[in-house]
Write a protein that binds this ligand. Structure first.
Ligand code: ROI
Length: 161
């Protein structure tokens, strides 16, 4: 089975609880094993005027096809009260497929690898807790190289328990 990495984010309605609930929901997905969860990290929104985000990354192994997994993730988001009012708006829960094995997926509903993951400290640092430093990311660079280019600035690693 392929190793899948999911980016998780929340900035509304008790974000730490939102991420904990999301982790439990991921563990219950059919045909899926939750392999690991990073620590939680807090940071300011990339867009001004929104509450701070809590982010984390989960690693899965799954026999679900990518679009079936996307459907399942959207059902979890909706189940946790996600309202799609504006693109980039604040949200109770965001679940993004960052990587799906080494697949390149370019469908209207789903692009993998996630198009900005390699630039975002709140994705790369939690990912590095779960993935090997040699992992290849978009642009042919390794996770290690991308971390070097992406300073740990404005990120706050918080206790999960
Ligand atoms: N900023 C942070 N820190 N974390 C996110 O998950 C996040 N997601 C977004 C925008 C609004 C771009 N900013 C973010 O969609």
């Amino acid at each position: 089975m392929e190793r899948i990495y999911i980016g998780m984010g929340s900035n509304l309605a008790a974000p730490v609880q939102q991420l904990r609930s999301a982790v439990q929901a991921l563990a219950l997905l059919p045909g899926t094993t939750l392999v690991g969860v990073s620590a939680f990290y807090q940071s300011d929104s990339l867009l001004p005027g929104q509450p701070r985000y809590t982010n984390a990354v989960a690693a899965l192994e799954s026999s679900l096809a990518p679009l079936a997994l996307l459907d399942a993730l959207q059902a979890i988001e909706n189940g946790q009260g996600r309202e799609r009012l504006e693109r980039w708006g604040p949200r109770t829960l965001d679940l993004d497929i960052l990587l799906f094995g080494d697949r390149l997926i370019d469908e209207p509903r789903l692009k993998v690898p996630h198009y900005q993951m390699h630039l975002r400290a709140f994705v790369l640092y939690p990912l590095a807790e779960l993935a090997p430093a040699e992992l290849q990311l978009p642009g042919g660079r390794t996770l290690e190289e991308l971390l070097t280019a992406c300073p740990f600035v404005g990120l706050e690693r918080i206790p999960t328990a």
